[in-house]
Design a protein around this ligand. Sequence first.
Ligand code: ADP
Length: 334
Amino acid sequence: GIVSRVSLPADEEPEILSLRPERLSEYVGQAEAVETLEIAIAAARKRNEPLDHVIFHGPPGLGKTTLAHIIANEMGGTLTVTSGPALEKGGDLIGILTHLAEGDVLFVDEIHRTPKTVEEFLYPAMEDFAVDFVFDKGVHARSHRFRLKRFTLVGATTRVGLLSAPLRDRFGIFRSLDFYNEADLIKITLRSAALLEVEIDQAGAAELAKRSRGTPRIVNRLLRRVRDYTQVRADGVITRDTVAAALALEGIDEKGLTRLDRSYLKTIINFYNGGPVGIEAIAATLQEETDTLVDVVEPYLLKIGLLIRTSSGRKAAEAAFRHLAIVPAEKGQK
Ligand code: ADP
């Protein structure tokens, strides 16, 4: 597909693009989202209309950008990539919108971080394929409506709660992506290994999948590290042992937890007696951004049951004490 890049997401290595599935049929997992899209794309093509606007919700690295690429490919349009924070002024967005052709796809990553003044231009653009310019001020103010080509907006967000209602309501298709199961992660590992032309045995793929936090982006990142290790320290074929050795160097444990995941849990356990404790207190103790903890660290710890969220704050589950081999202290009288 043709991609025009307005800005590159910060953590996106351009090289990784080559591991991206190009078609819906190559996309592994997320069966419900894939089926919704299959039907919507086939119907839109039949009617010769652009696809309804789509929003994907879920933690980073699960394939939201990839699905935007795939939608553009399947609809035969060009993809333009930008993000909420990159759209600082209304003019930034208008410049992009007025260059879109019929059937093109505009992908807005982190759409919940779009400034309010810019977001207001999105409403008529999404609903009526129009932008309203206002010339002059006060009594001389005149507005002019500029027609846009019929395009599809694909939004991605890690935090659906931060989307404004008027924006949310303008998307026809809403899909949440969940962490991938081990079988799907193994498929992704084997597919990426084939594309990178590195040999990996079944046990090696299973071990890598198990340690990838349910996330394709992490599969691809760790696979590169393990490939380096295997080429330098072993005979070139990735096995369970080389995965374990290479990932130990990366600070990744048997459950796939990173150093930050473990410090987060240890903070709750050691500083706050296992919780409950508020996220701001944890962030302050760890000297980490609250957003990083909420978007990146917590979703997976919640998913695998090491963390519990209660109305009074975050608590470390018994399983977290066990995983970190910490004996629970006296929990006070209750
Ligand atoms: P997000 O936009 O949700 O942060 P991306 O779409 O950038 O995530 O996906 C991260 C990487 O993971 C991509 O480079 C892609 O190669 C890979 N990936 C994501 N989803 C899949 C999938 N379903 N099958 C295979 N690879 C995938």
